[in-house]
Design a protein around this ligand. Structure first.
Ligand code: NAP
Ligand code: G4F
Length: 340
């Protein structure tokens, strides 16, 4: 019988790549989708017609219990979240509810549906749970690169909510013997990345300027540094974590850091443009508290899961710029139309 996976956040970037990967592995894939007429569900269905949809919301405990009862999954991937860091200052309580408390509701749904009780330790036959933790939890970093043992110092309500979900996942593993793990993933991007995140904002901006649709690109802090990889590689790590013999947490990243300035240079160069003619810095896009740098030490994942990234920073930037040039040349709307 095919293994069955339930993915929250199916309409997001990672949900789409993970669903594709699991379908290729022969899984029956279910996606949790919220809302009455969510337009992102039809976009997802155009790309992933084999994914079955179950309705539910991370804000609604009963809906999650119903979803788990209906799907009877072997594996649950909790990718649903308010994931845009600046939004977490504007709607801090909602972020805590979805990104933080949503993890509790999902874990409780699994615990209740599978009848797991306190002190349980038999991991066989259990629903395996993956939590999408984030390098944003490291925040103001205490050491570089960051490992599974690096202390957390989150700098945004989003990072704080993710830290809650992370510790709760560990706690359910320790309290109930659940196979519950967190992947501490560093920034990962793709042509399907939301237009609000800096890599996609830049690749779309470059494409618009190249095609004569815009004359400038406004950005915030150009000095922030991130460890950027390709989302298609990172979802494979999520799957590997749930196939491991023991439930453990892993840092996933490339181990290489680039600044936003270097990202901009590479993206404009990929389209044959000089970035300094077009980029305008805008103080209003700076954050109340910035994460200055993030850089992964992915040694544990390499050694224990055999996971390696396959796409370099330059290849990723070129992939995104080329994709957006094609998208806009075809007259598509990057917010509404099908995913590449
Ligand atoms: P994304 O594209 O922003 O997708 C977020 C998903 O969460 C969407 O499918 C959204 O559904 C869903 N969602 C929002 N509110 C919900 C609610 N109340 N109930 C159920 N679902 C809800 O994010 P992503 O980049 O794919 O990231 C996936 C996960 O990994 C997130 O948890 C993110 O925080 C985490 N993460 C991402 C990165 C990265 O670099 N991409 C790094 C570390 C961790 P709608 O379509 O209904 O809005
Ligand atoms: O692309 P970003 O918005 O990603 P950020 O804040 O690092 O968060 C992403 O990665 C996290 C993993 O570490 C995830 F957990 C989270 O869900 C999300 O996927 O910003 C990256 C950097 C920041 O330092 C920001 O200040 O780019 C800087 N930046 C400069 N100008 C900008 C802009 N970011 C955005 N979004 N827009 C700008 O105009």
């Amino acid at each position: 019988m095919a293994r069955r996976a339930l993915i929250t956040g199916i309409t997001g970037q990672d949900g789409s790549y993970l669903a594709e990967h699991l379908l290729e592995q022969g899984y029956e894939v279910w996606g949790l989708a919220r809302g009455q007429a969510n337009p992102r569900v039809s976009r997802m269905r155009k790309l992933l017609s084999d994914v079955q949809v179950v309705r539910g919301d991370l804000l609604d405990q009963g809906s999650l219990i119903s979803a788990v009862e209906r799907v009877q999954p072997d594996e649950v991937y909790n990718l649903g979240a308010i994931s845009f860091v600046p939004m977490s200052w504007e709607q801090a309580e909602l972020t805590a509810e979805v990104t933080g408390m949503g993890v509790l509701r999902m874990l409780e749904a699994i615990r209740v549906c599978s009848g797991v009780s306190r002190g349980g330790s038999n991991a066989s036959g259990q629903i395996r749970f993956y939590q999408a933790s984030s390098s944003e939890m490291f925040g103001q970093v205490s050491e570089t690169p960051q490992t599974e043992r690096t202390a957390f110092h989150p700098r945004s309500p989003y990072g704080v909510a993710k830290a809650y979900g992370h510790f709760l996942t560990q706690n359910y593993r320790e309290s109930y013997g659940m196979f519950a793990v967190s992947g501490i993933l560093f920034n990962h991007e793709s042509p399907r990345r939301g237009a609000e995140f800096v890599t996609r904002k830049v690749s779309l901006g470059v494409a618009r300027i190249k095609l004569g649709l815009a004359t400038e690109l406004r950005l915030g802090n150009l000095e922030a540094r991130r460890d950027w990889g390709f989302a298609g590689d990172y979802v494979k790590a999520m799957h590997l974590m749930l196939q491991a013999a023991n439930p453990e947490d892993y840092v996933i990243g490339t181990g290489r850091m680039k600044s936003v300035r270097e990202l901009v240079e590479a993206a404009f160069a990929a389209a044959g443009l000089d970035w300094e003619r077009y980029v305008v810095t805008d103080q209003t896009l700076h954050r109340p508290a910035e994460v200055d740098l993030l850089c992964a030490d992915p040694k544990k994942a390499r050694a224990q899961l055999g996971w390696e990234p396959s796409v370099s920073f330059d290849e990723l930037v070129a992939m995104m710029v080329e994709s957006d040039l094609r998208l806009l040349s075809d007259g598509a709307d990057p917010d509404d139309d099908s995913w590449p």
